[in-house]
Design a protein around this ligand. Structure first.
Ligand code: GDP
Ligand code: MG
Length: 468
């Protein structure tokens, strides 16, 4: 009798205990989100088996019993294509997973044995379940937060300011189409669609050239909004404050009023819902940054990454006066910031890589700490594609990397040094940074498991405390 009671009591506790966590992964395009999430799911599913997770105490102590994918709750969000990603990695030759372009979700049940010293353990509970909801969404969407502060007229003015000569050169077609557009004329749907496409094209060219201060973010990664009229707007040029009254008095069907309506619709029905329905409900997030890729691409790209990150991180600004806090009372309780693809440099460079990431995000990190949001910076490789080697050269032992290039050639490289602070002129003048694309290791080379660098440390920071 007593025993059944005790069992029922512990069942009750288990069911009632809040062991559900919503974890989101973000970063700009090609930062490594898909690779990260694929590896994260793999490592959890194979914990205690092939996965090597020494820095993840729950796994090291043998308390992780496994993870299962289950049906997600939110049927409006596409499922993260884990099986496809694994199939690519296991292919011959192995390939990186296909890029995804919108938000996706995956739900895992993690079974674990609570620590004896923990609350559940003390109650005699022998195993427990954590429901982990994982989300992957484009960091580009966060670049739209500042757009909420504007109305159509002030946004148009702001966009015009970003049109430097170089950006103008990339927007030639759009600019020439704009010459004959009269804000007071009656809107022609087809014409607006064409001009909007020219505008989107100019953003895509700017993106490719390394610019990041680009709005609207959905024009770059439309997700499921591709071709929808809500994406068919663009800024008008040469508007002044004094025009406002005149423009707002134009008929509903005028070009100006039509574009202004679409802009407001974009704010209300695209940007805000994402923050309200998704972003605000994430308990924890990890922001991935391809620091090495930017370092490799040169000073302009690096500067640009730095500006984009400053904008992106505004969504994590919990200061009382921040736009984000004012609009959506957020509730995140933990954040990780990771420099990805650390397997592109030798292990002795990893501390510098973290230091550089911290320098790049110094301001946002300071604000987060001030707002009492725990934040951790780390470097990792979700899916390690190289092997570190020591090589002797003229009597000196130096570190090198061995890997297979994307073209299938085996190589040994000396990638060079990562500066531990924001690179200055002399760095760019001196350094040729050798950064190759590598194929993922084949199953034969990698053996069982999916090799990684510090995925276990990331896991511990992101979910470890929920598994005690
Ligand atoms: N060497 C190496 N390359 C990586 C790693 N993660 C991502 N990559 C490379 O970066 C590319 C973009 O990664 P992906 O995860 O698709 O980026 P996403 O756009 O943020 O989802 C991949 O196709 C790989 O070439 C990693 O851990 N190691
Ligand atoms: Mg992706």
């Amino acid at each position: 009798m007593r025993q059944t009671l005790a069992r029922e009591f512990s069942n009750l506790i288990e069911r009632g205990w809040d062991r559900q966590l919503r974890l989101a992964v973000t970063g700009l395009s090609r930062a490594g989100k898909t690779a990260f999430l694929t590896s994260l799911v793999y490592q959890l599913r194979h914990a205690g088996l092939e996965a090597r997770l020494d820095l993840f105490p729950a796994a090291r102590e043998g308390r992780l019993m496994g993870a299962q994918r289950i049906a997600q709750k939110d049927l409006g969000v596409p499922r993260f294509p884990y099986d496809n990603a694994m199939a690519s990695l296991d292919g011959t030759p192995p390939r990186w997973p296909e890029p995804t372009r919108g938000i996706s979700e995956l739900r895992l049940h993690i079974r674990y044995r609570p620590q004896r010293s923990g609350v559940l353990g003390a109650l005699g509970s022998s195993n427990a379940t954590l429901t982990l909801d994982l989300f992957d969404y484009p960091g580009e969407w966060l670049l739209d937060l500042p757009l909420l502060e504007h109305d159509y007229l002030s946004w148009s003015q702001r966009q015009q300011m970003t049109l430097t000569p170089e950006r103008r050169a990339m927007a030639k077609e759009w600019l020439s189409a704009m010459e004959t557009l009269d804000p007071a004329a009656e809107a022609d749907e087809a014409e607006l669609a064409t001009i909007a496409e020219h505008y989107a094209q100019s953003l895509r060219s700017a993106r490719e050239a390394g610019f990041a201060d680009l709005q609207p973010g959905r024009f770059l990664l439309p997700g499921d909004l591709e071709g929808a009229p809500v994406l068919q707007f663009f800024p008008l040029l040469d508007l002044t404050r004094d025009d406002r009254r005149r423009l707002e008095a134009l008929p509903q069907q005028s070009v100006y009023r039509t574009l202004a309506r679409r802009f407001a619709y974009y704010q209300q029905h695209v940007v805000k819902p994402f923050y309200r329905e998704h972003f605000r409900r994430f308990d924890r997030q990890i922001v991935l940054v391809d620091v090495l890729g930017a370092l490799n691409a040169g000073p302009e790209r690096f500067e640009d990454l730095s500006r984009a990150l400053a904008t992106l991180m505004q969504s994590f600004d919990y200061g009382q006066r921040s736009l984000f806090t004012r609009m959506f009372s957020p509730r995140i309780d933990r954040l990780a910031i990771a420099a990805t693809k650390a397997d592109h440099v030798t292990p002795d460079q990893h501390p510098n890589l973290v230091a550089l990431l911290e320098a790049l995000l110094a301001e946002p990190i300071k604000d987060l700490r001030f707002a009492d949001v725990p934040v951790k910076a780390l470097s990792l490789a979700s899916i390690r594609a190289t092997q570190a080697h020591e090589v002797e050269q003229q009597g000196k032992r130096i570190q090198a990397l061995r890997g297979v290039t994307l073209e299938g050639e085996e190589t040994l490289i000396f990638p060079g040094e990562v500066p531990p602070h924001l690179p200055q002129h002399d760095f760019w003048a001196r350094q040729g940074f050798a950064f190759h694309g590598f194929r993922p290791l084949s199953r034969d080379t990698r053996g069982e498991g999916l090799p990684h660098i510090r995925m276990d440390a990331a896991l511990d920071w992101l979910i470890g405390d929920k598994l005690t």
